[in-house]
Design a protein around this ligand. Structure first.
Ligand SMILES: Cc1ncc(COP(=O)(O)O)c(C=O)c1O
Length: 488
């Protein structure tokens, strides 16, 4: 019966492991050899990942070849040094390779050492971000999940009835508030928590995309007068579009005066609070009841590393703990048990990656990295301002700059050419993907189609930013020529 295991002999494991490490080293030796977005794949390549259910196994060496030669080239290249799209970061090889250890040994998450890791890293993150030095928290797959957990805790803490047992029917309608620039995952969280998107009020923003505090107060008062129950106020610590940081201190005051749970979405931006010069922007974060952050963004920890910080472990256990007899006592319950702090029961050891990265680099190295990213983004904005063929649309407050290409002869008649500029900048965004030398993404701000660069990738350099702007300029002039000819 011994041959019934799924094991490979140890020497094979060793040599396959070396091959895998060689693949990683070869990719890292030239991170721009693959374009940021993969070229369109042929049907033959796609067919390799299709086909009928295999009844018999395949030689592991052949599988590694398929991954090396076909899957990796067909996959988005997040280690590219000119990747500045969305809010996606690079990679940390040691942490990544340790991921192979976690999954090869199926390292579980249920032992006291894991609880200790969770406690340590939430404390570290709380301290780094100015949330507080004794934070509790839970490591999630990302910001979406972290915000969902934050709102789930808010609902339990502020509903005023036993929402876990009774649900939401036959109770006052719960409403939450966020600016119009809040991330779509907050809408999703409201849907999943049974409150519906309409119950997330979207408050208008000022010209810097920060929530309008007066409008917020008016909405809260109107909802109270209508018999609704405001329960949660969400502040943005770095919006996804422009990196705007809401006036968190003012929001904390409003939340306190209406007894609202104060949740902060810092998935993208909160790590900028570790830079001393930026810290004042985040004043009020220390008064948040919960804070969503995403170590897989600015800390460059491999995807999936998100985190929700709260004040007390009981915020999490009161929201999630549910222990049937078959789970009792298998592991000593003297410490907080992670299964009681979130939605999943079985899950991977996500804590280890964050612990490893913070131990390997330390807070100071990350402070330098983020300080450099903030400076690079300001430099980018300065180059764009000085250029005759670009226009800055949102001044960076963190590491996002939104801008557009404007042909010099159109600069004096921008209003009449808005629709053309939208088409042109959309075309530039698409052409950059095809071009393959760099990547920024796009968004819309006040009806304007803009290019959006977001620097959280540790491989981005000043030269990389300059090259990217030069590439965009080339594409802009080329496409402008083509579009004008077509429109004639
Ligand atoms: C402000 C903000 N919140 C939430 C999220 C969602 O995070 P994730 O993609 O890790 O789920 C993002 C992602 O970019 C974000 O920028």
């Amino acid at each position: 019966m011994d041959d019934m295991t799924l094991d490979m002999d140890v020497e094979t494991v060793r040599s396959l492991g070396y091959r895998i490490v060689d693949i990683v080293a070869s990719e890292l030796s030239d991170p721009s050899k693959r374009p940021p977005r993969p070229p369109t794949q042929s049907d033959e390549v796609l067919a390799m990942f299709d086909g009928p259910l295999p009844h018999e196994g395949t030689d592991p060496a052949e599988l590694i070849s398929i991954i090396e030669n076909h899957l990796i080239p067909a996959t988005t290249n997040l280690i590219h040094p000119r990747w500045m799209a969305y809010v996606l970061a690079g990679s940390l090889p040691l942490v990544g390779m340790m991921g192979a250890v976690i999954s090869s040994l199926n390292l579980a998450y249920i032992d006291p050492v894991n609880t200790r890791l969770a406690k340590t890293i939430t404390r570290w993150l709380g301290e780094m971000l100015g949330f507080g030095c004794d934070a509790a928290g839970y490591i999630t797959t990302g910001g979406t999940w972290a915000n969902l957990v934050g709102l789930a805790v808010a609902r339990v803490r502020r509903a005023g009835w036993d929402v876990r047992t009774e649900g939401l029917a036959d109770h006052p309608t719960l409403v939450a508030y966020v600016s119009e620039e809040g991330h779509s995952c907050l809408d999703k969280a409201m849907e999943l928590l049974g409150m519906g998107r309409n119950q997330l009020r979207k408050i208008p923003v000022d010209s810097d995309y920060r929530i309008l505090v007066d409008a917020l107060e008016e909405d809260i008062i109107a909802d109270l007068a209508a018999g609704l129950q405001p329960f949660c106020l969400i502040g943005n610590a770095g919006t996804v579009n422009t990196g705007a940081v809401d006036p968190l201190y003012d929001l904390a005051e409003i939340a306190a005066s209406h007894r609202l749970w104060f949740h902060v979405d810092g998935a993208y931006g909160a790590f900028a609070a570790i830079v001393p010069e930026s810290r004042p922007l985040f004043s009020g974060i220390e008064r948040a009841d919960s804070l969503a952050v995403d170590p897989h963004k600015w800390l460059n920890i491999p995807i999936e590393a998100g985190c929700i910080l709260v004040r007390d472990w009981a915020d999490l256990t009161d929201t999630f703990s549910l222990i049937p007899p078959y789970l009792r006592a298998a592991v000593s319950d003297s410490e907080v048990n992670l299964r009681d702090c979130g939605i999943e029961l079985t899950r991977t050891n996500r804590e280890l990656n964050i612990w490893l990265a913070l131990r390997q680099y330390g807070k100071d190295r990350y402070t330098q990295l983020i300080t450099n990213h903030l400076a690079l983004t300001r430099q980018m904005a300065a180059w764009l301002e000085a250029a005759e063929d670009f226009e800055v649309i949102s001044e960076p407050s963190l590491s996002i700059c939104c801008f557009r290409f404007v042909p010099p002869d159109l600069k004096l008649q921008i209003e009449e050419t808005e629709s053309y500029l939208n088409d042109l900048n959309q075309a530039i965004e698409t052409a950059l993907v095809e071009d393959g030398r760099a990547l920024v993404s796009g968004t819309q701000l006040n009806g304007k189609q803009v290019l959006r660069a977001c620097i959280v990738n540790h491989r981005v350099t000043e030269a990389g930013v300059a090259q990217t702007l030069q590439i965009l300029r080339e594409l802009g002039h080329q496409l402008d020529g083509q579009l004008r000819t077509q429109n004639r």
